[in-house]
Design a protein around this ligand. Structure first.
Ligand SMILES: C[S@@+](CC[C@H](N)C(=O)[O-])C[C@H]1O[C@@H](n2cnc3c(N)ncnc32)[C@H](O)[C@@H]1O
Length: 262
């Protein structure tokens, strides 16, 4: 989700303006409602969530789901839902120290959410680390992929409403991993991109090298080449279900393949 801090170090009036702009940009159910639909549709046996904060998104797991929630600084008072276990560490540390297959009794991961540190290179690292442990039919969801504006998506955080530059993961994967199925649900406050067709044996070293030119893309690049060219999913249950269940998804825009090289 968009990070909203409890601290008052950011201008709260500007946060209200950003919230209002996001609500206008993304009418309809918000990202957590969409995530709940995905849990209902996919019914994952094994779920990994990177970035749990207060536990609101982790609480959406269904009764048959085992979950690992990862966060170095969960909100005080965080309560782990039944079936989930909290790993109070960074996602990099988690993947260094733990093997998800062991956590889930030998099963691969069916569904994962990336909503941790909101920098492109970390979102990429989270994706690479997760993909190695996903089932081939699994889905990785990435939050905050449709930035609101330049300021709230900058690499240096100055606002309470903040997506960072996670958006760059989508054009990178569209360009360098053409075999993946990638589509973004236009849900508030900042989009939710779903990725399937995963390959646990992928050469992630190569992908990391290819990412070099994407880190320094400017917000203008998103506005000019990504915003209106990425594949999208309408923000309703049936469309999300169609994507998750492998039937052809109703895309409202053309493929992102037309974006220039970065
Ligand atoms: C936007 S919040 C997550 C919100 C949660 N998914 C929800 O919707 O209820 C982002 C969280 O990521 C955590 N975080 C920051 N850096 C991280 C890292 N390197 N690995 C995992 N989590 C991280 C923060 O502590 C924060 O709680």
């Amino acid at each position: 989700m968009v990070i909203r801090m409890e601290s008052t170090s950011y201008d709260l009036a500007r946060r209200a303006a950003h919230d209002a702009a996001a609500a206008r940009a993304f009418p309809g159910p918000d990202f957590r409602q969409v995530l709940q639909w995905i849990h209902e549709i996919v019914k994952p046996a094994a779920y990994v969530e990177i970035g749990v904060h207060s536990g609101e998104s982790l609480a959406l797991i269904g009764p048959g789901t085992l979950a690992a929630g990862i966060d170095p600084a969960p909100k005080p008072g965080f309560a782990c839902p039944e079936g989930a276990r909290l790993y109070a560490m960074t996602s990099n540390e988690f993947f260094r120290r733990h093997d998800p297959a062991r956590i889930f009794g030998g099963r691969p991961v069916d569904l994962a959410l990336i909503d941790g540190l909101h920098l492109f290179e970390q979102a990429l690292e989270d994706f690479c680390n997760l993909e190695r442990h996903m089932s081939r039919e699994g889905i990785v969801a990435v939050h905050d992929t449709v930035p609101l504006d330049r300021e709230t998506s900058s690499r240096r955080r100055t606002t309470e409403f903040y997506t960072g530059d996670v958006w760059k993961l989508v054009p990178l994967l569209n360009r360098r991993r053409g075999e993946l199925e990638i589509a973004t649900v236009m849900t508030g406050p900042a989009g939710l991109t779903l990725i399937r067709g995963l390959d646990p044996a992928c050469d992630h070293g190569r992908l990391r090298q290819q990412a070099a030119g994407f880190r320094d893309l400017d917000y203008d690049y998103f506005d000019r080449f990504v915003r209106n060219s990425q594949r999208t999913i309408p923000n309703h249950f049936a469309a999300v279900g169609a994507f998750c269940q492998k039937t052809p998804v109703q895309s409202t825009r053309s493929s992102g393949a037309a974006t220039p090289s970065a």
